[in-house]
Write a protein that binds this ligand. Structure first.
Ligand code: MLT
Length: 325
């Protein structure tokens, strides 16, 4: 009889996805990995979410910046973490690009990483140092084309959004810039503000406050339509690159195999954050939007990641680039 009861308990554990590990979840602080340096868009978004999610989950959500290799170092940390719901990752579409860009990764993007929920989407902005000799997008593009490798372009590491945006720009203009890789666009932006680098294509999240503060110049946005918060800045499409469109999105992730109850609790806390009027307003102020409630399930997030892994492969193949050994 005791043996039968033991088997029944084991079967119950299997059926509930090992949820014993998630009982009462969370009972201690949760680490949220940001795969880029502090001060960049991923970091800003993570800190906003962490504050709200800490309140909902009644446990501290602590940010850890694990920067390097275009966001793949942080993703690797997540993939190898305990599958217990106490380590999560905030990442953007570069997670998908990395899967085809890096010759070998210490993780399997779709096999080791679980989608928890979509966060926000928005465009990037082509910016330059303040004293760059162009005051509008058309002049900038002509100058970039003429200057070729004389242009220094900052990005957040191979495979990051700023890098992919750079690549698309170089492809469209048929030039090669001299690239400078940073551990995130936070430090990259500091060097553009200091006038040490010419160009940075950054997410609106961190570019907009600098543009409004007059510390850098904005030339064009990468979205189909102009951004309401910087409505004088044209799109690249209306500035001479008709097919140029690049928007990015962020999502929250956990290691594959995390108990379903923990994924559900994390998704719920994320949704509370995204429904918070103050959080929504902070996102809108910097030209990025939260995903609508109907698109916030882990299943929809996963389908989106799968699609991006396939489509980003084309961008990478077309650029003829790869990274790592
Ligand atoms: C990127 O370029 O991929 C990101 O802006 C990096 C970051 O969040 O710092």
């Amino acid at each position: 009889m005791r043996r039968i009861l033991g088997w029944a308990a084991a079967a119950a554990l299997v059926l509930t996805g090992g949820s014993a590990a998630a009982q009462g979840y969370p009972t201690r602080p949760i680490t949220m990995i940001v795969p880029f340096a502090a001060g960049g868009p991923s970091d800003a978004i993570a800190r906003l979410l962490a504050q709200s999610m800490s309140g909902t989950l009644k446990q501290q959500v602590v940010i850890e910046n694990v920067a390097g290799a275009g966001g793949t170092t942080g993703a690797a940390r997540l993939a190898k973490a305990e599958k217990d719901g106490y380590t999560v990752l905030i990442h953007h579409v570069a997670l998908a690009a990395g899967a085809s860009l890096y010759k070998s990764l210490p993780y399997d993007t779709l096999g080791d990483i679980e989608a928890v929920g979509l966060v926000n989407y928005g465009p990037m902005v082509v910016t330059t140092k303040k004293d760059y000799p162009a005051n509008d997008a058309k002049t900038l593009l002509a100058r970039l084309k003429a200057d070729g490798s004389k242009t220094t372009a900052a990005h957040a590491g191979v495979g990051s959004n700023s890098h992919l945006c750079n690549l698309l720009l170089q492809q469209a203009l048929d030039v090669r810039f001299t690239e400078a890789a940073y551990r995130g666009t936070g430090p990259a932006m500091n060097d553009v503000m200091a006038g040490q680098v010419d160009l940075l294509c950054d997410q609106s999240t961190t570019a907009v406050p600098q543009i409004q503060g007059g510390t850098i110049k904005a030339h064009a946005v990468t979205s189909k339509d102009r951004l309401a918060v910087i409505k004088d800045v044209p799109t690249l499409a209306e500035s001479g690159l008709p097919n140029f469109e690049f928007t990015i999105w962020h999502g929250l992730y956990a290691p594959k195999g995390t108990p379903a109850a923990a994924v559900e609790a994390l998704n719920k806390a994320l949704q509370v954050a995204l429904d918070d009027a103050a959080v929504k307003a902070r996102f809108a102020d910097v030209g990025t939007q939260v995903f609508p409630a109907a698109e916030r399930s882990p299943a929809i997030h996963r389908a989106r990641l799968e699609k991006e892994v396939a489509t980003r492969k084309d961008v990478v193949a077309k650029a003829g680039i790869s990274a790592g050994n």
